[in-house]
Every structure is written in structure tokens, then in C-alpha cells.
Design a protein around this ligand. Structure first.
Ligand code: SF4
Ligand code: SF4
Length: 299
């Protein structure tokens, strides 16, 4: 089976236990306003233009079938509305000014990448992490990967928003080493406003995840002024109190690294001037969450 992938990252150390290979799937059913991987939201291929990398070689002008690249006034100009995402300019642009997000890969080809580091997984307690985008948007592919990894004794974890009916997700979930899921906001109205999705299903799914016995981690990205309020963090921590299978509650400081990606895709970025919280504030919020009696970690 073929799937749409944005990236395969080897030797990941922050996507679950041990040394891991992380496969980033393309396509997500939520649209969080602060997403730091905006290229993983759409299921379609997308072209990034990193203008500062352009060295004016004009090779793209020669290969582009839709005349989206032009030589004007002694300089290179790109017209994204003309682009048909054929990828020819990205293939030829050695300066990495034109970069394609999205490649179609078969399960077998993905597995060949994953198995290159099999020896490291065994020694470190690592394995495969399927991330995104959203893993359950490409469930048949994810299931094939999990089954193939099972045959090779490679444990699999997923990063998911859990915003799907639990019965749809359960056949995959019960084969996993670990589920890493987000609960961004406890207030349903705010969750809908900032992510486009209701959180009632997610909250219910965390209960059901706990009941099915698969270890899990719940994470909250700390978005200044939105998710980092004391009320939000303490209500999530109180909700997690006593849930069996919860390994820990993790607070992830705001990641501003998506800003250049928004610009390269020509998408508006409402968080372009937002910076991570000071470390002291992250520690204060972690201490607050810890009062609910759940183990807390920060990244
Ligand atoms: S191929 Fe790349 S570096 Fe050359 S002109 Fe086009 S965008 Fe610029
Ligand atoms: S992806 Fe294809 S159509 Fe789009 S700008 Fe590049 S060469 Fe032109």
C-alpha cells in the first residue's frame, strides 16, 4: 500500500523511548492555529519557496512546465498560483530554495528505511514512531507498518490527536508499545476555536485508552496566552488523576520553528512573533500540574 509521507527521520531521540525512526505522515483532521509543521496539514503535495536560499541560477525557469518561475529585471520571481506541484523545480534546485513536501511511498520502501536501524532499537528500547500530520488519517498504511514491524519485533509508538471514534482506532492502538496524545485545552469552546475540533471525543478517548491497557503519555503544547493558563494546566492534570496506563503528563514549550515554513508556503502565521515561555514559567506550570498527583515532565 502507498501513503503520503512528508519525512522519515532516523535516530530520533524525542519521539518516544530509545532510539527511533519517525515516519511523518501527511494530512491532519485538525488545524491548530499554532501548528509548527504546517506542511503536514494538507494531504496534497506542496511546494515551499525559501527565497533567501535562491542563488539566481534560473534552472527552475527552464524546467517549469507552467511558467511559475520567471526571470524579471535580472532577478528570479516565483508565482505560486501558477504552480501545478509537479516537483521539477525542487528536483533541480540545488540551493534548496524550492522544496517539495509530500512523497508517495509504498509500505515496503518505508520498511526498508525503518529496518536499517533495527539493531539500535533493540539496544535502546526504541523502535518506530508514526507521527504526522495525523496517523489515523492514513490508518490502512499505519496498520500495514505496524503489522510489518510486528513480524520484525520492532515496537511501534504513535503521536496522535485521538480525534476519531475509538472503535475505529482500537485495532491499531492495541498493537502499540506507546500512544503519545495531545490534550491542548480542557475548555471545549476554546479547543474548538483554536484547533477546529471539539474536545469531547478526545477526552472520552483518553478514558477509553486508559481502560484498554496500552501505555500512554498526554501532552499539552504551551502556547502563550492560549494553553498556558494555570486554569487550563491544572484542569488537564486533575482530569488525568488516577488514569491507569498514564506514563506521565508532558508540557511542551512553544515551538517557533514553524515560522519559516509558513512563509515558504505563503500561509499566514498568526503566531509569527510569539516566543517560547521562560524556563522558570514552564517549571512553575509543571509544579502546578504535579499538585494533582500525576507525574509531569517538560520539554
Ligand atoms: S533553481 Fe532554485 S536557486 Fe535557481 S533560480 Fe530557481 S529557485 Fe533560485
Ligand atoms: S513544482 Fe512544477 S509547476 Fe510548480 S513551480 Fe515547480 S516546476 Fe513549476
Amino acid at each position: 500500500m502507498a501513503g503520503m509521507i512528508t519525512e522519515i527521520q532516523r535516530f530520533s531521540l524525542n519521539d518516544g523511548p530509545g532510539i527511533r525512526t519517525t515516519v511523518f505522515l501527511k494530512g491532519c483532521n485538525m488545524e491548530c492555529l499554532w501548528c509548527h509543521n504546517p506542511e503536514t496539514i494538507s494531504t496534497n503535495r506542496e511546494i515551499h519557496y525559501y527565497e533567501n536560499n535562491c542563488i539566481g541560477c534560473y534552472k527552475c525557469v527552464t524546467v517549469c512546465p507552467s511558467k511559475a518561475h520567471k526571470r524579471i529585471g535580472g532577478g528570479h520571481r516565483y508565482f505560486p498560483k501558477l504552480c501545478i506541484t509537479c516537483g521539477k523545480c525542487a528536483d533541480i534546485c540545488y540551493a534548496s530554495a524550492m522544496v517539495m513536501s509530500g512523497m508517495v511511498m509504498e509500505t515496503g520502501a518505508i520498511m526498508r528505511e525503518i529496518l536499517q536501524d533495527k539493531a539500535y532499537y533493540a539496544g535502546s528500547g526504541g523502535g518506530l514512531t508514526i507521527s504526522g500530520g495525523e496517523v489515523f488519517c492514513q490508518l490502512p498504511l499505519a496498520m500495514e507498518l505496524v503489522t510489518a514491524c510486528g513480524r520484525e519485533d520492532v515496537p511501534v509508538a504513535v503521536e496522535t490527536n485521538l480525534a476519531f471514534p475509538f472503535d475505529y482506532m482500537q485495532p491499531l492502538i492495541q498493537k502499540l508499545q506507546l500512544v503519545m496524545c495531545d490534550l491542548k485545552l480542557m475548555d471545549g469552546g476554546l479547543h474548538k476555536k483554536y484547533t477546529g475540533a471539539d474536545n469531547a471525543l478526545i477526552v472520552d478517548n483518553i478514558h477509553r485508552l486508559s481502560a484498554c491497557g496500552v501505555p500512554f503519555i498526554v501532552r499539552t503544547p504551551l502556547v502563550p496566552g492560549i494553553t498556558d493558563t494555570e486554569q487550563n494546566i491544572s484542569s488537564i492534570a486533575e482530569f488525568l488523576q488516577g488514569l491507569s496506563g498514564l506514563q506521565y503528563y508532558e508540557l511542551l514549550n512553544f515551538n517557533p520553528l514553524g515560522a519559516s515554513k509558513y512563509k515558504s508556503l505563503g500561509k499566514p502565521n498568526p503566531f509569527q512573533d510569539v516566543r517560547p515561555l521562560p524556563e522558570k514559567r514552564v517549571q512553575e506550570l509543571a509544579a502546578l500540574a504535579g499538585k494533582a498527583g500525576v507525574p509531569v515532565r517538560c520539554e
